[in-house]
Write a protein that binds this ligand. Structure first.
Ligand code: 13P
Ligand code: SF4
Length: 306
């Protein structure tokens, strides 16, 4: 069987199983092209959380990484949330734990704790409010303090502090994939494509953000490129986003700032694993009730900011 036929068969199987299980498939913008193409919704972390909270489906197959599926489980306790590959984690989320947050609070008493949604349920449970890359600046502005503790991403924290005018107590976390994008990549890209706008993710190094025309969440990058009159764009984020950018803007050109900016965890989900997830109903992500209750408070505090 050639690859085309075999993936057509997988897609048909997924469609059948989805109806049988009353399931919805949510996929992050960094998923492999084939997985994005079969998803009911493709989006950024904030959009995916909103979808998870509002869907009527009984089963959510979450094509993304563990913290995203966990957030979906926290927001929809009565639903079954499946992560097709339990090895799909986020190294940045693993760079801080609940004890670290308790320690930060002890060293900086009274300061609010904002946590990036790229964190475990336990870390969220110890935090006052969550944020994603699309609302971090608004969350910083909304916090009733001129200084905040921010975990785990030092670069998003620095970016949100600069734009909100607030001071930040940063944590030392970072995304290994976005760290691959270097200032020299932006300089080289601009030399090669002098007409191109440069849009990067705020998880990039501060020097990379400094050289860009804009820093946005993955959803924000899509909106920016759709609305822009420019015809060429250098994209400083995980390369999976390029698929949707090209699909949605066939008349525009997109160049990855660094084609090696690949998140190996995001790429673990395949069509085969989506079929197995729906067939076997295994790899169910659950969160202990008390942790879920506390984490939900921090997520809802984020959603309330809008
Ligand atoms: P977005 O919320 O911008 O999609 O980012 C999620 C992420 O993991 C970026 O590395
Ligand atoms: Fe985590 Fe980075 Fe992968 Fe996003 S791209 S899931 S932050 S490792």
């Amino acid at each position: 069987m050639d690859r085309l036929n075999s993936s057509k068969e997988l897609v048909n199987k997924i469609d059948r199983l989805k109806v049988e299980r009353n399931a919805v498939i949510l996929a992050h913008n960094y998923q492999i092209d084939e997985v994005q193409d079969i998803a009911d919704y493709v989006g950024d972390s904030l959009g995916l959380s909103r979808q998870a909270a509002s869907t009527d489906a009984e089963v959510i197959v979450f094509c993304g990484v563990h913290f995203m599926a966990e957030t979906a489980a926290i927001l929809s306790l009565e639903k079954t949330v499946i992560l097709p590959d339990m090895q799909a984690g986020c190294p940045m989320a693993d760079m801080v734990d609940a004890d670290d947050v308790r320690e930060l609070r002890a060293v900086h008493p009274g300061l609010p704790v904002v946590c990036y949604v790229n964190s475990s349920a336990e870390v969220k449970a110890e935090s006052d409010v969550c944020c994603t890359s699309s609302n971090a600046v608004a969350i910083f502005e909304n916090v009733d303090s001129d200084q905040v503790i921010f975990v785990p991403d030092q670069f998003l924290g620095g970016y949100a502090a600069r734009l909100s005018g607030k001071k930040v107590v940063p944590w030392k976390g970072f995304c290994p994939t976005h760290m691959r994008i270097l200032p020299q990549d932006i300089v080289d890209g601009r030399n090669e494509h002098p007409e191109a706008m440069v849009v990067v993710h705020p998880e990039c190094r501060a020097e990379v953000i400094e050289l860009a025309d804009a820093a946005k969440s993955t959803g924000g990058i899509l909106d920016y490129c759709r609305a822009s009159n420019a015809k060429e764009f250098i994209i400083g984020t995980e390369i999976g986003l390029i698929h949707r950018l090209r699909l949605e803007n066939p008349d525009k050109k997109f160049y990855p700032a660094n084609p090696l900016a690949i998140c190996p965890n995001m790429k673990l989900i395949t069509l085969e694993k989506v079929v197995w997830a729906l067939e076997d109903m295994e790899n169910i992500v659950t969160v202990e009730a008390e942790i879920a209750r506390k984490a939900r408070r921090a997520i809802e505090a984020m959603v309330a900011v809008g």
